[in-house]
Design a protein around this ligand. Sequence first.
Ligand code: GRF
Length: 202
Amino acid sequence: MSETILGILASGRGSNMQAICNSIDAGKLHAKVGLVISDKANAKVLEHAMAKGIPCICIERKNFASKQDFEAAIAKELTLYNVKLVVLAGFMRILSSFFVNLFPGSIMNIHPSLLPAFPGLDAHEQALAYGAKVSGCTIHFVDEGMDTGPIIMQQAVPILVDDTVDTLAQRILAVEHELYPQAIGLYCDQRLSLEGRNVKII
Ligand code: GRF
């Protein structure tokens, strides 16, 4: 089977992008990162992509008259690079149904909580403020809602009494770095089947 080409969309630090690349380099994930796109010119993820010789582009929302034009520009690049799976890794924008429909069942996101708990921004802060004893991370297919798409994988992470946003985020991030390459691997091996909201691992 040929390598599945991934297109990573990210707005910031890019540690998940690096974990995905490391997993590919280690021969654990049979995929290729074809392209990294950021909507932020100064995003660290672009530096990481450049250092690895991965094509990377910045596409900023402010340069487009409408959200659809912005998303069409992203989609155009992804198509140009033959991307089969769009991987959101800290991409801080909600994609519209226009974009989602261009890549049916082929957009994944990672979120640092056990969805449907604590969606959206500041998931760690939300979990701590709520007094939850457990949080974690979720990998899901993307629909037009905010963190609402069909769940692919989840892993729980304990919340400790003296946790701060930073300590909790760190503990969850270590799990994210393991889980995201695994979920992508299942997609690449065609082991994910979507029935309504239910994702089955086959
Ligand atoms: C991660 O915590 C991810 O769950 C969330 O955004 C963060 C991105 O971190 N969606 P990084 O840019 O991959 O380091």
